[in-house]
Design a protein. Structure first.
Ligand SMILES: [Zn+2]
Length: 300
């Protein structure tokens, strides 16, 4: 879905559930903006980026939710909401690869999209059930196509087309509800509370949201350079990128005390984290071994 849609819905969720905590609202909005940075061409060379299908994978996965949680639980809520919304979009829009990069360990699908069995690969023991419908994939934006080789269906797709009714419904519906919420008399104390918070933390959030704006602008200048007959903006692309990354790093520095406190809470009992982190790969390993015992083929 579009960036304003993600932002509006993130803010709405923040306001509805955490109105008394303006910092949480801004963190959720911030988190909702982050995942689509994996679309920007500054991030990876363009052809490789299309071939490998990094958009809606690299910054749209459960591991990014965990990483965001280490900074703030509210940031991870923003990232999660973004991914949930993208999951409603079609195969053409490339859905969301929730379990990237783990999904990349499985290389094949057992059937094609018409349920024709595929020739098994003697090297592969674990398969996805089906291959991705190449027709839909090739109807996607040029920079999201995979090429002609079949790839397994490893993404979560939905029913709604990007930038159409549901997308706009989320955007305008969220804006309308935000206005309703702001207009409600009981919101007055929340608004005053929010304004005094923003006044006290203006630099922090100017730096945070400013960094995101510059990084998207850097990506936009490169995309624009591919179009004929528009002013080419290549000379400002690199400065935008450098300042954007520097501001993002500065945001982490400015927010370090809160991040440190969050990490202290999370790692208050490190043993449970360590045991938990070991348990998941062990269970995965045992399951894969069990399902592929005696040379059997396992399906994800
Ligand atoms: Zn996205």
């Amino acid at each position: 879905m579009d960036l304003p849609t993600h932002f509006a819905f993130g803010l709405l969720i923040g306001l509805v559930f955490f109105a008394s905590k303006p910092e949480a609202v801004l963190l959720i909005g911030f988190g909702a903006l982050l995942p689509d940075l994996d679309r920007e061409y500054w991030y990876v060379r363009e052809q490789k980026y299309a071939d490998e299908q990094f958009h809606r994978a690299r910054f749209h996965n459960v591991f990014i939710i965990v990483a965001a949680f280490l900074v703030s639980p509210f940031l991870s809520i923003g990232v999660f909401i973004h991914m949930l919304q993208d999951s409603f979009t079609t195969a053409k829009d490339r859905g969301v690869e929730w379990f990237y990069p783990a999904t990349r360990f499985v290389k094949r699908g057992l059937y094609d999209p018409n349920m024709k069995p595929q020739k098994p690969d003697p090297k592969e023991k674990v398969y996805f059930f089906q291959e991705d419908p190449l027709g839909y994939v090739n109807a996607a934006d040029v920079d999201l196509r995979e090429g002609d080789a079949p790839v397994p269906w490893r993404r979560v797709y939905g029913f709604a087309q990007n930038s159409h009714l549901l997308d706009r419904g989320f955007a305008f519906g969220s804006l309308a509800l935000i206005i309703v919420w702001l207009a409600f008399p009981t919101s007055l104390s929340y608004i005053q509370n929010s304004l005094s918070y923003i006044r006290g933390n203006f630099i922090l959030w100017l730096v945070g949201y400013g960094s995101i704006a510059l990084l998207y602008m850097a990506g936009e200048t490169q995309r624009r350079d591919k179009l004929p007959r528009v002013p080419q903006l290549k000379p400002i692309q690199f400065p935008l990128l450098v300042v954007g990354v520097a501001l993002l790093a500065l945001w982490f520095v400015l927010y370090r005390v809160a991040i440190y406190q969050n990490l202290q809470i999370i790692f208050a009992d490190p043993l449970i984290i360590i045991v938990g982190t070991i348990t998941v790969p062990v269970v995965t390993y045992i399951l894969v071994k069990w399902y592929t015992r005696g040379g059997k083929t396992a399906i994800v």
